[in-house]
Design a protein around this ligand. Structure first.
Ligand code: NAD
Length: 379
């Protein structure tokens, strides 16, 4: 089968640069697709490191300035894998050059920037998506199917947490290449944009719009050395955030995220309680979906732990054989697959920039509420 090439230009080669490159490399091995990614060029400021990355992952070429990359005629899609403060500038330039865009999350530093980005891709008419990849873990996708089929009935509660523990030491610096997440100028916010954004995206996808929030945040370590200036500076990101929310469908929610939960490295959990059934999912056991069905015969009622690895479960028929699970990296392969399919069908690949803007609005409302102490509505 001859494929239509989709020539990728990637900006940034860190954690996500590797996750996406793996996704582009694997997609056509396992799924039958009309389009096929071609690793055309990667842009990063350090030529030597960019070349080493290109050689390791199979990119044909490098650029040391992302502006050159977005102007190249031999690139169809720009993949933005940089810290958050660069998303907008790169996306606007890519859209102006008629490139499709796959942008890392959070979409932007704030809602106003995100709106500009939405308008740019809509005006240019270019395909776009944001890498909220947890939607594409088969157990999470199956949760969506069960909810949409009405298996839970009316939803009462949504509960999500994303817990880490890597910034407890006061010696962890802020800023620079390794710790930009602690520098508000590069990250925009702390756990709200970094971790809660994932929880919010999945929640909106599974349970509909969030109409209002009341939140609290805390910065436990007030000053940290800045990796670029070498000086101690005020920490302006939120180290921890928790909020209550109401959904349009009348259900109530609690969300919590922190980098100070000693013992937890990346524990994303969600639970949904409905009238007829409940669902639980946990990133540390990502191939399992817990399901409780009140309609089961009384004596046999209990939480089932479903091993999501069978051919009739989402994405799984394209992988190994029933009983053999897949992992974290496959969520990125699936996002590539769905993006390529969207080019075939002409349908948007959700979450688009416009979809991801909804998450951005909730993040902004969380930060605003934490500051004012007031309940903040979301339009
Ligand atoms: N979807 C997810 O699950 C997930 C997970 C981690 C990170 N992210 C998001 O991905 C983005 C990148 O995060 P990461 O963990 O890969 O960070 P990282 O620090 O590992 O990599 C960032 C890359 O951007 C490059 N970069 C920085 N400034 C640049 C510039 N001016 N020009 C070109 N390249 C530049 C760096 O050299 C580095 O290669 C962030 O927006 C983050 O929120 C998403």
């Amino acid at each position: 089968m001859s494929h239509i090439p989709l020539r990728i230009g990637m900006v940034g080669y860190g954690f996500m640069g590797r996750a996406h490159s793996n996704g582009y490399s694997q997609a056509n091995h396992f799924f039958n697709l009309k389009y096929k990614p071609v690793l055309q060029a990667v842009a990063a400021r350090n030529a030597e490191k960019a070349r080493a990355f290109a050689d390791q992952w199979g990119y044909q070429d490098i650029e040391t300035d992302w502006r050159k990359l977005v102007e190249r005629k031999d690139i169809d899609a720009i993949d933005i894998c940089t810290p958050n403060n660069l998303h907008k500038e790169i996306a606007l330039a890519a859209a102006a050059n008629g490139k499709m865009i796959l942008c890392e999350k959070p979409l932007s530093m704030n809602t106003a920037e995100g709106e500009e980005m939405c308008q740019a891709v809509e005006k240019a008419g270019v395909a776009n998506t944001v890498w909220y990849n947890y939607r594409r873990i088969p157990a999470v996708t199956m949760a969506k199917q069960l909810i949409d089929e009405g298996k839970l009935g009316r939803i009462f509660h949504y509960r999500a947490m994303f817990l880490q523990d890597w910034t407890i030491s006061e010696d962890v610096p802020q800023g620079g290449t390794a710790t930009w997440r602690l520098d508000a100028q590069a990250a925009g916010s702390g756990v709200t944009g970094d971790l809660l954004a994932h929880c919010i995206d999945t929640a909106i996808w599974l349970n509909g719009s969030i109409t209002g929030v009341t939140a609290m945040t805390e910065t436990f370590v007030k000053e940290r050395m800045h990796a670029e200036t070498g000086k101690k500076q005020e920490v302006k990101i939120d180290d921890a955030a928790a909020f209550l929310a109401r959904f349009q469908n009348g259900s109530l929610a609690t969300f919590e995220s922190t980098r100070y939960a000693r013992g937890h490295k990346a524990l994303y959990t969600l639970e949904i309680n409905g009238e007829k059934a409940s669902i639980k999912w946990d990133l540390h056991d990502l191939h399992r979906l817990s399901f409780f069905d009140h309609r089961d015969e009384g004596r046999l009622r209990g939480w089932k732990s479903i091993h999501v690895s069978d051919g009739d479960q989402p994405y799984m028929k394209n992988w190994w054989v029933p009983g053999l699970q897949i992992g974290y990296e496959h969520s990125f392969v699936h996002q590539v697959v769905d993006f390529l399919k969207s080019l075939e069908t002409g349908q948007p690949c959700s979450p688009t920039f416009r979809d991801a803007l909804e998450t951005q609005k909730v993040c902004d409302a969380v930060l605003e509420s934490a500051k004012s102490g007031a309940w903040v509505g979301i339009s």
